[in-house]
Design a protein around this ligand. Structure first.
Ligand code: ATP
Ligand code: MG
Length: 571
């Protein structure tokens, strides 16, 4: 490919809305163009990398024995009503009607469609296990589309669904996909780590997310270097001992005018935040409940849901807080709330806590010297691990302190059990001709997010550094004197020789200064750069340098030896 015919357009400036490096580079290198917020066109260079990632995903799915199909983006409402998700998916799902007023969704995922397809195709245990997949565009009306392809409204996803006769089979299918994912990311040149994740409304169901670690990641992940425990902060647990506080005198009221937040009250009373109990009123499945955690910690909603056995939890509104406690948020606490029947739960680290400061359930006042066992209704069953894990918290597996890192979720594997198959009555007949519901798993790879995650993980101040397997072109041949017949001839021969080896090449034949060409080659980040110029040829050859090497590593080789040297540099 000749650069002059490639429609490549690099940009000098970062786009205004780009906050993270990979988004800036994606746009500046001319890989994609924004059409509207959260909607992107993939330009020729971006398209090439996207196709390469798709191909790796496809090959590894096929190798794992999965069967490729493609299902419509437009999905009828009836399928979503079968599982109830037409109503529970919320505003993230794009809904529309056809001219006959039939309702449809633009598929945000495809469990319903695939379960329905499998129900139609599968009748006997002889057909199982089976995994079907597609690589198809997905649509989500994200609250905050941002970071370019990382969180867009339309994105390319590989989604696979496994169908099994029993739990052991479903387990095998799960790990089969898990291992395929490890191969996919490794082949893309990505370091992606599997971490335990929360099963959402599937409760304790097994699921792993694959994360690319990066400061720009939207998810927090707890890691233990001691035993390898890794979990998304939504899920991460900690080992926390009850406290062994000494007794304290009877509690008394202290005036804390205008001090509502823990920081404000702590500053006012000149005491550290962990002496305080942060009390928050939530509504769990329609009923108020007070949640107490140490003043310097945050409530983990997922853990709260689990303790309460609730379907949904959310912070209560102003009126609910007032009615339940007798005060406004900021002054509420577990001692004698207005609603004597209010359920109070607390983080396990507050068990045995004495001498604490809590809201007095009275505007402008707190209570000091509170002994939670003595002064509240909290019983043993009301204590659980309820906070978001922080750095230094103790690993639940081995007891070593954990660290927190940021990650970009590039994929997820999930055991679904019979949630979807039962709703659709997707059954098979066993060898005794008895009917059973199939056991399912689902497995997603964010193909377009993966593209940008590669950039986030592999770049420097000058631009992208593409791993060879997913580079838009693996090699860029920069012609220093494109008008010189000898230079053009050597470049053409080299291009053909590389293509014959299956290496894709772009030849920068533009009438630009070398500095411009080198800058563009570095910005786009082709894995290997080859410089062909009249002076170099006169002095013995062409210059070869990998993008991830500095100038001092440049080697000069005779044109005839260049193809082998380049292939070696790519390997
Ligand atoms: P997130 O938590 O980031 O919103 P998710 O867990 O809702 O993602 P899944 O339903 O697991 O997403 O979808 C499978 C994969 O699709 C994700 O692992 C991610 O890589 C990708 N993905 C999800 N939402 C988006 C999006 N808005 N833009 C780009 N890729 C996405
Ligand atoms: Mg996910």
């Amino acid at each position: 490919m000749k650069w002059s015919k490639s429609l490549i357009q690099t940009l000098r400036d970062n786009p205004q809305d780009a906050e993270i490096d990979s988004h800036k580079l994606l746009m500046r290198a001319g890989l994609a163009r924004k059409v509207a917020g959260g909607l992107y066109a993939y330009l020729p260079l971006g398209m090439r990398s996207l196709k390469k990632i798709q191909q790796i995903v496809r090959e590894e799915m096929d190798r794992a024995g999965a069967l490729e199909i493609v299902s419509p983006v437009l999905q009828p409402a009836e399928l979503w009503r079968t599982t109830g998700r037409w109503d529970t998916m919320g505003p993230n799902m794009f809904k529309l009607r056809d001219r006959g007023e039939h309702e449809f969704a633009l598929g945000p995922t495809a469990e319903e469609v695939f379960t329905d397809i499998a129900k139609g195709l599968i009748s006997s245990y002889r057909q199982l296990p089976v995994t079907i997949y597609q690589i198809q565009w997905k649509f989500r009306d994200e609250t905050r589309p941002r970071f370019g392809l990382m969180r867009s409204k339309e994105f390319l996803m590989k989604d696979a669904y496994s169908f099994d006769t029993d739990a052991e089979g479903a387990d095998r299918s799960y790990w089969n996909m898990y291992r395929a994912y490890e191969r996919i990311y490794a082949r893309c040149g990505l370091k992606a780590v599997p971490v335990q994740a929360d099963g959402g409304d599937m409760g304790d169901s097994m699921t792993h997310e694959f994360h690319v670690l990066a400061d720009a990641g939207e998810d927090g992940i707890a890691f233990c270097d001691g035993c390898g425990y890794a979990a998304n902060l939504e899920k991460a647990e900690r080992r926390a001992a009850p406290c062994a506080d000494a007794g304290c005198p009877a509690f008394e009221e202290v005036a804390t005018p205008d001090a509502r937040t823990i920081e404000e009250v702590a500053a006012f009373l000149k005491l550290p935040a962990d002496r305080f109990v942060k009390s928050l009123v939530y509504v769990a499945d329609g009923r108020p409940v007070m949640v107490c955690v140490p003043g310097d910690r945050d409530v983990n909603d997922v853990k709260l849901k689990r303790l309460l056995g609730a379907k949904s939890v959310a912070l209560a509104d102003f009126e609910t807080v007032l009615k339940a406690t007798g005060a406004n948020a900021g002054f509420v606490g577990p001692v004698k709330p207005a609603d004597a029947a209010l359920r109070v739960v607390a983080d396990v680290s507050l068990k045995g806590a004495t001498g604490r400061i809590v809201g007095a359930n009275k505007e402008g006042y707190h209570l000091k010297d509170v002994d939670l066992a003595r002064d509240t209704k909290l019983s043993d069953a009301d204590f659980a691990d309820l906070v978001v894990v922080q750095a230094g918290d103790v690993c639940p597996k081995c007891g070593k302190p954990m660290v927190i890192k940021r990650g970009i979720e590039v994929g997820q594997v999930f055991k679904l059990g019979t949630k979807y198959s039962a709703a659709f009555n997707a059954t098979y007949k066993n060898d005794k001709l008895e009917e059973h519901v199939m056991i399912m798993g689902c497995y997603g790879v964010g193909v377009s997010r993966t593209l940008q995650a590669v950039i986030e993980q592999s770049h420097d101040k000058d631009g992208i550094i593409w791993p060879a397997a997913v580079a838009p072109y693996q090699v860029c041949i920069c012609l220093l004197d494109p008008a010189e017949p000898e230079v053009a001839k050597v470049a053409d021969e080299l291009e053909s020789a590389l293509e014959a080896r299956g290496i894709d090449v772009i030849v920068d034949d533009r009438a630009e200064r070398p500095g411009v060409k080198f800058k563009d080659a570095d910005l786009i980040g082709f894995t290997v750069r080859v410089v062909v110029g009249a002076k170099g040829l006169a002095n013995g050859g062409v210059e070869i340098k990998r993008r991830d090497e500095d100038k001092s590593k440049t080697r000069v080789v005779a044109p005839a030896d260049a193809p082998a040297a380049i292939a070696e540099a790519l390997a």
